[in-house]
Write a protein that binds this ligand. Structure first.
Ligand code: KIV
Length: 279
């Protein structure tokens, strides 16, 4: 791992050198600082915050002001990683001008170094408008959570046996449209590995997979899934590298027990009577 600051052009170099790119979501200062210290290349302030931080059923209610709020905290923690902020639902679909204004807010007010938009051909004009003023754009194709109602749930896209004929071809066109509009990387979510492999071969820019198999140029996970910080099991594609929900529950139970039993606070948890005795 290099200690050098990760910048947008580094991703193309990493793809060329076949160095896997790592991205995790982060929504606050402590986790962003931990992940940055551990060498995660990109920190994504995802609109998934609606689900994993606020307990909502989907990502649709998140506002641009809320993403700015969380991006500020993550950007403050950043030393090395590249900070990418998600553009929430309806912050970029209404017009390319509105998309540009909102992307600019994420950079100016949030401290993001890049923004991420879901979609392909349909949002290519907005992507071109944003990249024309040198705000780097990451695309997102496949299972796009902001399309949850069209998809009929958070469903895997582009299966060979899928119900939407032409879906695989459309996703290849979407990826190509994002590249042509100036995107520097594309998240590929919730597709079979064979399709992720095809998309990765179809575009020259790096792909970053989530639930898309091993053949993308990088991987991204939602931090709560990676840390086992959800009440229910993480999705099949997401490996929990820790079980923090259980650890937090055990810690909170110990705290409750010790207070009830008058074991906490103990003398070592109390301030000294005089300053001279204080540690
Ligand atoms: O919002 C998010 O966390 C995302 C990731 C799933 C890529 O878009």
């Amino acid at each position: 791992m290099t200690q050098d600051k990760v910048r947008v052009p580094d991703l193309a170099r990493m793809k060329a050198a076949r160095q896997p790119i790592t991205m995790l979501t982060a929504y606050d200062f402590p986790f962003a600082r931990i992940f940055d210290n551990c060498g995660v290349d990109l920190l994504l302030v995802g609109d998934s915050l609606a689900m994993v931080v606020r307990g909502e059923a989907n990502t649709l209610a998140v506002t641009i002001d809320e993403v700015i709020y969380h991006t500020r905290a993550v950007a403050r923690a950043r030393r090395r990683a590249l900070v990418v902020a998600d553009m929430p639902f309806l912050s970029y679909q209404v017009s390319p001008e509105e998309a540009l204004r909102n992307a600019g807010r994420l950079v100016k007010e949030g401290g993001a170094e890049a923004v991420k938009l879901e979609g392909g051909v349909a949002i290519a004009e907005a992507v071109a408008r944003i990249t024309a003023v040198d705000i780097p754009v990451m695309g997102h194709v496949g299972l796009t959570p902001q399309s949850v109602h069209r998809m009929g749930g958070h469903r895997v896209q582009g299966r060979k046996s899928g119900r939407a004929p032409g879906c695989r071809e459309r996703l290849l066109e979407d990826a190509a449209a994002l590249e042509a509009a100036g995107a520097f990387a594309i998240v590929v979510e919730g597709v079979p590995p064979s399709l992720a492999r095809e998309i990765t071969a179809h575009v020259a820019i790096p792909t970053i997979g989530i639930g898309a198999g091993p053949d993308c140029d990088g991987q991204v996970l939602v931090m709560h899934d990676m840390l086992g910080l959800g009440e229910s099991c993480a999705p099949r594609f997401a490996k929990p590298f820790a079980h923090l929900w259980n650890e937090a529950a055990a810690a909170a139970s110990s705290y409750v027990r010790e207070v009830k039993e008058h074991a906490f606070p103990a003398p070592e948890n109390c301030y000294a009577e005089s300053r001279s005795a204080a540690r």
